[in-house]
Design a protein around this ligand. Structure first.
Ligand SMILES: [Zn+2]
Length: 403
């Protein structure tokens, strides 16, 4: 019988301790992160099955039925959890500490699974450098923004149309110059704020977006202008947010009929977004829209510091409201990952779990029980299921509430 060879000392005689370590370690440690035993849900390709996910260098390296546990440096057991693309919230206010409404993305992301945040009009073009330096760059999550083209001040001496005309060129140019983080412009439309957000103001935005070939996100609230007038100015790739509000500038009338121009706008590629917020999500209106066959293209929170402790709370709570209204989890998930990822359109594969895609991952769970959910007008329902997030990763790294 041959004598037992001490492998370690054998390798040391060949190449020293360093060689021994690397040669011995290599076969067992191929992946930075291994998420095992979860139920994978990738709405971008209708992939739904139990499998393991391996991550390397911030990207999805493999999705296979069984990947050996030894091949992961960090191993997460996701048994009983849904392994989903990281959530993409298309309407937030996360320019924290510098704008009135801003919340800090990372601590909320750690508990809610939102790996991509889009700030929807917390700042004008001239605050873009601060947005990049103090919000986007230090964040563990991905952050993008739409800049507004209206005066931040409610000072009645500032005429919004004049302000917009005076800032059109600088705003358009800023969006083009900062394409990596800016997606377009944000407008408010409606009779609130003493009619400051008028039809004429929206027309200035239309001209800007045509000239610079950039999209706009328009918030709708109270008529005038009327819904068809607003929608006429919206083109493919533009976003109508607060689409499930119960106000006069909304998509559906009290009898449940879609207002003129709504279907046509969707048909030509206008995106309809939830943007829940403090005033803009209404259960009866949402029910009427779903009954009329008009689900949202994207589900988003419009989260800010006045609604974070209710009624919005977070993205999983907003998703739960659409689950309660009868949408399937897969439909809700597609509108919270893949669809808004396509609107952002800055990171290939974002909002999916395909090999090669960024490893932005949320481990979600659907809880059974009795959960009180409240809309912006204090209408309450008792839901039998709710979505919760257990763990989130962005670029392959676990998002932590504090660093
Ligand atoms: Zn908003």
């Amino acid at each position: 019988m041959a004598p037992m060879v001490d492998r370690r000392s054998f390798l040391q005689t060949l190449g020293g301790a360093a060689a021994a370590t690397s040669l011995a370690a290599q076969p067992a440690r191929r992946y930075d992160l291994l998420i095992r035993n979860g139920e994978i849900r990738d709405p971008s390709r209708g992939y739904k099955q139990r499998a393991d996910v391996a991550v390397n260098d911030g990207r999805i390296a493999a999705i296979e039925a069984a990947i050996p546990v030894e091949s992961g440096i960090e191993v997460i057991d996701a048994k009983g959890l849904l392994v989903c693309p990281g959530l993409v919230d298309l309407h937030t206010h996360c320019y924290h500490s510098a704008t009135g409404l801003g919340v800090e993305a990372d601590p909320i992301a750690a508990r809610s699974g939102v790996t991509t945040w889009v700030d929807a009009g917390s700042f004008g073009y001239d605050q873009t450098p601060g947005f990049r330096r103090f919000i986007v760059q230090p964040a563990q999550t991905r952050i993008f923004g739409y800049v507004y083209l209206y005066p931040s001040s409610r000072n009645p001496d500032i005429d919004p149309v004049k302000y917009a005309r005076g800032n059109v060129r600088a705003t358009g140019q800023a969006v083009l110059d900062n394409r990596d983080i800016l997606l377009g412009i944000k407008m408010q439309v409606g009779a609130n704020m003493n009619g400051r957000y008028s039809y004429d103001l929206l027309k200035v935005a239309r001209e800007l977006c045509d000239e610079f070939r950039i999209p706009m996100m328009a918030h709708i609230s109270f008529a005038p202008p009327e819904t068809p007038q607003v929608l006429e100015l919206m083109k493919a790739g533009d976003i109508v947010t607060h689409a499930y509000n119960g106000h006069t500038l909304g998509l559906v009338d009290r009898e449940g009929k879609l207002r003129p121009g709504v279907q046509q706008a969707r048909a030509r590629g206008v995106v309809f977004d939830v943007g829940h917020g403090l005033g803009s999500f209404n259960f009866p209106a949402a029910r009427r829209l779903l009954d009329a066959g008009f689900p949202p293209d994207t589900i988003s929170t419009d989260i800010y510091n006045l609604n974070i402790n209710g009624p919005v709370y977070d993205m999983p709570t907003t998703m739960s409201k659409f689950l309660h209204l009868g949408m399937s989890f897969d439909d809700v998930l597609a509108r919270s990952t893949w669809n808004p990822g396509k609107v952002v359109n800055r990171v290939e594969g974002m909002g999916t779990l395909t090999p090669g895609a960024p490893a932005d991952i949320a481990l979600l769970e659907i809880e059974d029980g009795e959960f009180r959910l409240v809309d912006s007008q204090k209408n309450a329902v008792t839901a039998k299921r709710r979505v919760v997030s257990r763990l989130a990763f962005c670029r392959g790294k676990r998002i932590r509430a504090t660093l």
